[in-house]
Design a protein around this ligand. Structure first.
Ligand SMILES: Nc1ncnc2c1ncn2[C@@H]1O[C@H](COP(=O)(O)OP(=O)(O)OP(=O)(O)O)[C@@H](O)[C@H]1O
Length: 580
């Protein structure tokens, strides 16, 4: 909450104006019963028309002032709360962007989305209500009690008796409800998560005929969300009838004792009406409080979740933070020296004691069974994770000393799972480089062996891709994301199984084009055809680098490599090794 208040500071002027105007509105409201009591006692009871006219005029004037002040107060409160929401979203988004991959993975994506959307909206809306009503409610209650005591001390005392008990009751509800609303937000996270998985995995769900099961899973989580929302709302909703009940009892007591006081001549009708009026206003304010309680409890849970994300250490090391001056990489040599790595919160390392050296412009093929650590090795080059032991050097410098922004600027990365955005093919390729020209886009598309295919599409480079590029084949999508990586003319190119959907001829043409580009290329592959011309082949097995060398060397002295080769080319294909 403190952190949220800190962000609201920037809009202090608007917030103060909103509160000040609300106070004007409130003052008029508190004086109204007093004026009505004057009209009754000095005007109506004494049948004095000019007194009725005078005080009624003042009453109308006051009401108009309160009306104007109320509108302006809402205007300022909306400005302050919406701006706060905008700032929170921006800060939170920036924070999430600054997370290292390891820190990012600590949060579920759906939870971060809920925090950025629902939680921020909750805080924003409650801030508006807070500026308009949070202060007004206690002030109406306290003001009404004071005014009631001023009007008639004994009758006012009755009001004084009921309010503190009600106030304590409301505080108790706030505390209980906060716990329940926290659960609601957690369950909302889960529902959003399931929804996200279902939307992205739509095709898989249909092919596996899992629609009913997935619908049932969604219904189960949605039901759990409904349950916790219902219990939280039930708790806050009992507040209103309870307050009305107690306040009505209080009003009946005021009327009863009021009539006794009038008979005894120690109170006027106007004074009793004024006390009843103040009691009604107090009841109204406390009822509004029950709504505020619900909103405030929710916002408290949301504010905690936002603060948690904002307070999370982004995971960047000090060396990287101070390395901004070191600039990007230019040559593209890569060296691993006794590198070991284990994912956070896991039992065993996924890479152990890996050492190899790659000179600028060389092509490295990484080969190994599924789960052997190939992608993890790439993630270390990308510094999405940090090695636990050993050193990784790029251009001879320890990667921990390189600024990740500059490092990523010099690296082209094509992940295993292709992600294309809604927009044109041109936009998708140009995404890799600010202000890319059409010539640059075409040049990289040619190198990625996708130019001819694009030209044949009805709108060429301006063809629109649906969400995730559903109107292209897997291989075409892979090549568009390769073009996206190539347009940056990276010093190092990382292809994580990005040629799996290409036929041998297209793949060979692509590899030749990459060779001509002279960037250092790491290529994860299952196909021996891609390793034949590589300068270095890294053969991984269960996190260990069991062999390294070029095709001829591995054919000569690595039985596993020979077996993979023979399984793909047949024994008679051994002569293929001489392609180079
Ligand atoms: N984020 C992660 N957290 C924990 N363990 C992980 C994570 N990512 C991968 N692993 C584990 O690390 C090991 C190596 O995974 P990696 O993705 O590097 O293998 P791979 O050789 O690229 O496999 P594939 O060919 O199937 O893509 C696997 O056992 C995997 O379960």
């Amino acid at each position: 909450m403190k952190q949220i208040a800190f962000y609201l500071k920037k809009y202090r002027a608007a917030a103060i104006m909103a509160i000040f105007l609300m106070l004007v509105e409130l003052t008029v409201e508190l004086i109204q019963p007093l004026l009505i009591s004057q009209i009754i006692d000095d005007g109506i009871t004494l049948q004095n028309g000019s007194v009725v006219l005078l005080w009624s005029g003042i009453l109308v004037g006051g009401t108009l002032i309160a009306f104007g002040a109320g509108i302006l107060s809402s205007f300022y409160a909306a400005h302050a709360s919406q701006s706060l929401g905008y700032d929170l979203r921006e800060k939170l988004y920036g924070k999430v962007q600054s997370f290292t991959y390891a820190v990012f993975n600590r949060f579920a994506t759906s939870s971060l989305i809920t925090r950025l959307t629902n939680d921020v909206t909750q805080v924003q809306d409650t801030t508006f209500m807070g500026l308009r009503f949070m202060l007004r409610v206690p002030l109406v209650v306290i003001g009404s009690m004071i005014m009631a005591l001023v009007v008639h001390a004994e009758l006012g005392f009755l009001l004084l008796l009921t309010v503190p008990a009600l106030f304590l009751f409301v505080v108790w509800i706030v505390k209980k409800a906060a716990i329940l609303f926290k659960k609601v937000q957690q369950r909302l996270d889960t529902v959003n998560g399931v929804m996200q998985e279902n939307m992205t995995g739509m095709r898989l769900i249909r092919v596996f005929v899992r629609r009913e099961q997935e619908a049932a899973r969604f219904a189960r989580h949605s039901g759990e969300l409904m349950q916790s929302s219902t219990s939280a709302l039930r708790l806050t909703e009992i507040t209103l009838p309870f307050i009305v009940l107690i306040m009505n009892a209080g009003i009946i007591a005021v009327l009863w004792f009021g009539h006794l006081e009038i008979r005894a001549g120690s109170a006027t009708t106007g004074e009793v009406v004024a006390i009843v009026n103040y009691s009604l206003r107090t009841a109204g304010a406390l009822s509004a409080m029950s709504m505020l309680v619900s909103a405030f409890s929710r916002a408290r849970a949301s504010a905690q979740r936002i603060s948690e994300a904002l307070a999370t250490d982004s995971g960047q090391t000090d060396a990287a933070q101070t390395a901004r001056k070191t600039g990007g990489i230019s040559e593209g040599s890569v060296e691993f020296e006794n590198v070991s790595f284990q994912y956070p919160n896991t039992d065993a390392p996924v890479l152990e004691d890996i050492s190899f050296k790659v000179s600028p412009g060389q092509t490295v093929a990484i080969l190994g069974a599924t789960g052997s650590g190939k992608s993890s090795l790439m993630q270390l080059v990308l510094r999405l994770y940090e090695e636990d032991q050993g050193v990784i050097r790029i251009d001879g410098r320890d990667v921990r000393e390189l600024d990740t922004l500059h490092l990523h600027d010099s690296i082209g990365y094509v992940p295993q799972e292709v992600l294309l955005f809604t927009g044109t093919i041109r936009d998708n390729i140009a995404w890799g480089l600010d202000n890319a020209s059409l010539e640059q886009i075409m040049e990289s598309a040619k190198s990625a062996q996708i130019h001819d295919t694009i030209e044949q599409l009805p709108n060429g480079y301006d063809t629109l891709l649906g969400q995730r590029g559903v109107n292209l084949s897997g291989g075409q999508k892979q090549r568009i994301s390769i073009a996206r990586a190539l347009i940056r003319k990276p010093a190092i190119l990382l292809l994580d199984d990005s040629t799996s959907a290409l036929d041998v001829r297209t793949e060979a043409a692509l590899l030749k084009a990459l060779n001509d580009m002279s960037c250092t290329t790491f290529l994860i592959t299952q196909k021996i055809s891609s390793t034949l011309n590589a300068d270095l082949i890294l053969l991984l097995d269960d996190g260990h680098l069991i062999a390294q060398g070029n095709h001829e060397q591995l054919m000569e002295n690595q039985s596993l490599y020979r077996r993979i080769f023979e399984s793909q080319f047949g024994e008679e294909g051994s002569h293929v090794g001489s392609v180079k």
